[in-house]
Design a protein around this ligand. Structure first.
Ligand code: BTN
Length: 244
C-alpha cells in the first residue's frame, strides 16, 4: 500500500474527513492527519479527547474488497502493527486489550476505531482511525487514572512524524499480510500480547452479562470466553464492552 499523507491543523474528525474523501474516490492509502480534532470519536459512541499538541490523530482509507465481518478483524491486526511500532521505536512494552486498545503499564496509550462502508454486502471502503497519546503532559480528572502518554512514560517529548511513519509502515505490512491470509496469521502474536488472555472478563452484550475466562481469539477477531458454567462463547467487538 502506498501512502499519501494529507495534514490539517484542525478537523472535526480525521475519520469523517477520510470517509468523505473515500466516498469521493480517494485511493487506498490516503492518510488524513490533524493536529487537533473538535469532534474526535471513539468506539461505542464515546468521544476521543483531541486537543492540539499532545496526541497523534490520523485515519487511513483502505479498500480490502472483503465481506464486512472479515474486514473488522483487520482492526486487531492493526493493533498489533501499532503496538509493535511503539515498542520498537521507544523500547517499551505496550500490550493490547481486546479488541484494539493499546495499554502501557495498564493505562490506555492508543485507541483504534474501524468503520466499514458497505455497498451490496461488500465493504466498499474501510476507515482505520488511530489516536495515540504522544506528548500529553496530563489528562483531565476523568482520564488521569486510566490514560498515559509516551511523554509521561519516557519523560521526553517525541517526534510525532517519526512515530506516524513507523506506524504507517507497520500497518502497510500488516495490511498486505491480512489481504493474503486474513486474521489467522496474526492470532498467535495477538494472543501473546493481549492482556485479557487467561484473565477473568465480564462482557456486557446488551443487557446480558457474560462472565468467565478469556481463552483465545478466533479468525474473525472474536474473543473466546470460557463461561463459568463450562460452555465457551465467542463475542465480537461490535456488540460487547469489556470490564475486568
Ligand atoms: C477508542 O479507543 O475508542 C478508539 C479511539 C479512536 C480515536 C481516533 S483519533 C483519529 C480518528 N478520528 C476519530 O474521530 N477517531 C479516531
Amino acid at each position: 500500500m502506498t501512502t499519501n499523507i494529507l495534514s490539517f491543523d484542525e478537523l472535526a474528525s480525521t475519520s469523517d474527513e477520510a470517509k468523505k474523501m473515500a466516498k469521493a474516490g480517494a485511493a487506498e492509502g490516503t492518510v488524513v492527519v490533524a493536529e487537533a480534532q473538535t469532534g474526535g470519536r471513539g468506539r461505542l459512541g464515546r468521544a476521543w479527547q483531541s486537543q492540539k499538541g499532545g496526541g497523534l490523530f490520523f485515519s487511513v482509507v483502505l479498500r480490502p474488497e472483503a465481506v464486512p465481518a472479515k474486514c473488522s478483524s483487520f482492526t486487531l491486526a492493526a493493533a498489533v502493527a501499532v503496538k509493535d511500532a511503539i515498542n520498537e521505536l521507544y523500547e517499551l512494552n505496550a500490550k493490547i486489550k481486546w479488541p484494539n486498545d493499546i495499554l502501557l503499564n495498564g493505562k490506555k496509550l492508543c485507541g483504534i476505531l474501524t468503520e466499514v462502508n458497505i455497498e451490496d454486502g461488500i465493504a466498499d471502503f474501510m476507515i482505520l482511525g488511530v489516536g495515540v497519546n504522544v506528548n500529553n503532559a496530563c489528562f483531565d480528572d476523568k482520564l488521569k487514572d486510566k490514560a498515559t502518554s509516551i511523554f509521561l512514560e519516557l519523560g521526553v517529548l517525541t517526534d510525532k512524524q517519526k512515530l506516524l511513519d513507523a506506524i504507517l509502515s507497520n500497518i502497510s505490512d500488516a495490511y498486505e499480510q491480512f489481504k493474503n491470509g486474513g486474521f489467522a496469521g496474526f492470532i498467535e502474536v495477538y494472543e501473546n500480547d493481549c492482556v485479557n488472555i487467561g484473565q477473568r472478563v465480564l462482557a456486557h452484550k446488551g443487557s446480558e452479562k457474560i462472565s468467565g475466562t478469556a481463552v483465545g481469539i478466533t479468525e474473525l477477531g472474536e474473543l473466546i470466553i470460557q463461561k463459568d458454567g463450562g460452555e465457551a462463547v465467542c463475542v465480537n467487538s461490535g456488540e460487547v464492552s469489556l470490564s475486568q
